[in-house]
Ligand binder design. Structure first.
Ligand SMILES: C[S@@+](CC[C@H](N)C(=O)[O-])C[C@H]1O[C@@H](n2cnc3c(N)ncnc32)[C@H](O)[C@@H]1O
Length: 277
């Protein structure tokens, strides 16, 4: 099967933050393997870029919902959604049994208490409807390059501190396992039908190293300055973008195409759950 080249497409979009493109491309590869029956709700749609790459710009996603006004305004402009709503996943402004599919990409890990959100998802899904979501997995912290290197030196305290700093920077509140998700989903009347790891350890280690190299999440970095809007008028950023996209889409392709070996974990987890009939 040919693998769609989300990596190049996302490097074009996120050229100023290349590791973001790498993670999201692998995530989209995982999500693209699923089917999305309409009507579809994108829960925590953000700026809508991921939905745009996955579904195109012809309004194929019925509704995008997010509590962040600036992000939602961008999503509205993209054209991937028929409609967008400013709302929180804890109180979805929809009638019972409205959607056949709810997708949620990299959202639930940012919500400290997910059970009320799962209740809402169950309420607005039709019987037999599916909830498809991606989250960082229970292996995420242990596959960070910075964590592994410290652990190999016997510095467990340093490894924990490193992972805790990443949690804080990314605002991740939890890393549930497939079994945790199964139980939580069952408690709201949903059955987990699939849990698939993506982002092999080697890919997450590269992603973590690249976050450090490009200074992602740091207040100041040389790369951050080079790609900042303030320097746009100097005119070099277009050629920098082209060179970066050309080089990284080639160098990172083998990582992008790498699968999690059977029986092993990955740093990302895709879960599919079905509302009981
Ligand atoms: C990492 S972004 C992902 C955005 C988008 N799904 C994507 O893949 O690009 C996380 C999103 O979750 C949204 N979010 C945070 N808390 C939320 C909540 N309680 N209900 C719904 N969305 C929430 C944020 O506003 C943000 O847009």
């Amino acid at each position: 099967m040919t693998i769609p080249d989300y990596l190049t497409e996302l490097l074009e979009t996120y050229w100023f933050a290349p590791p973001v493109a790498l993670w999201r491309a692998v995530e989209l590869r995982a999500a693209a393997a699923e089917e999305y029956e309409a009507p579809v709700l994108d829960l925590g749609c953000g700026d809508g870029l991921v939905a745009q790459v996955l579904f195109g710009t012809e309004g194929q996603v019925d509704v995008g919902v997010d509590p962040w006004p600036a992000q939602l305004r961008r999503a509205a402009r993209l054209g991937a959604y028929r409609h967008v709503d400013l709302a929180d996943g804890h109180r979805l402004p929809y009638a019972n049994l409205t959607f056949a599919t709810i997708i949620s990409n990299s959202v639930l890990e940012h919500i400290p208490d997910v059970l009320p959100v799962l209740h809402e998802v169950q309420r607005v899904l039709m019987p037999g409807g599916r909830f498809i979501f991606t989250v960082p997995s229970d292996a995420f912290r242990y596959f960070l390059d910075g964590y592994i290197r410290r652990k190999e030196r016997g510095d467990m305290q340093g490894a924990e501190a490193y992972a805790a700093a990443v949690d804080a920077r990314l605002e991740h509140y939890h890393y549930y396992s497939p079994s945790d998700w199964r139980h939580m989903l069952a408690s709201v009347g949903m059955e987990m039908t699939e849990a698939r790891y993506y982002v092999p350890e080697e890919v997450e280690r590269l992603w973590d190293r690249m976050n450090n190299r490009y200074g992602i999440g740091r207040r100041w970095s040389a790369w951050g300055l080079l790609v900042s809007h303030r320097l746009r008028s100097l005119g070099y950023q277009d050629s920098l973008r082209r060179t970066l996209v050309r080089n990284l889409s080639r160098r990172w392709q083998p990582y992008y195409e790498m699968d999690v070996p059977p029986g092993e974990k990955g740093g990302g987890l895709l879960v599919v759950a079905r509302k009981k009939e």
